[in-house]
Design a protein around this ligand. Sequence first.
Ligand SMILES: C[S@@+](CC[C@H](N)C(=O)[O-])C[C@H]1O[C@@H](n2cnc3c(N)ncnc32)[C@H](O)[C@@H]1O
Length: 229
Amino acid sequence: MLTLILAESSLETIPPKIGRYGLTKTPSKKGEEKNKTILDISLHSRIVQNLPNREKRGRPDIIHLSLLAALGTPLNKYGFLQIFVHTIQDMVIRIASETRLPKNYNRFIGLMEQLYDLGKVPPEGPPLLTLEKMTLETLIKNLKPSETLLFTEKGTLLKLKPVMNECAKQENPLIIIGGFPHGDFSPETLKLSDKKISISPETLDTWIVVSRALYCYEEAVLDKNLNTK
Ligand SMILES: C[S@@+](CC[C@H](N)C(=O)[O-])C[C@H]1O[C@@H](n2cnc3c(N)ncnc32)[C@H](O)[C@@H]1O
């Protein structure tokens, strides 16, 4: 089974310090104030401007599009894929393969706000989405991948198809793709991979890299497992 991690993803609630200065806040159950509004640069550009790593913040649409692209693949539908979102604030979202995300962006944001508020979605019964505080390093240690490939335009330029063919020979490979709009992976993230791979001289959007990598892996794995031609 292939694991996909969208790493350092641009998905977070409005940081608390900024919340104190008058933006939307909701009281938590313990009576403390807790902001559960998802940061979106198109709505909160002045907040994003004052944040560290601002080029990587406030783009939850990247996660929405990338998750739709990954969850909709035959690879996922046949149970050959598991997906995690690691965020820039070291939160990890596990996404069950049967999850059907809203196609509408505003409804996706509503779902993410519910997830940040309650820690799981749906609130009752077996969760489809769970949220917990965890570093990328801990997540990878828990997953124990046989090989970790990190996709970056600064990696070794290779043809994607042979890369994913080799990946498909591994028992439990992991691919890491950045869930942020601009800038680079942190040095801590770069240290966690076995290989750094570039698939184009151009910088591509996250969901394009996700779609292409999953398609090539799917071609290699499903042909073998489903006896298709
Ligand atoms: C929009 S890019 C990240 C920002 C990019 N470094 C920039 O400054 O514009 C999103 C992610 O897609 C992947 N990616 C983009 N272009 C790629 C390429 N040519 N080869 C491999 N991965 C790529 C990387 O994982 C990257 O973190």
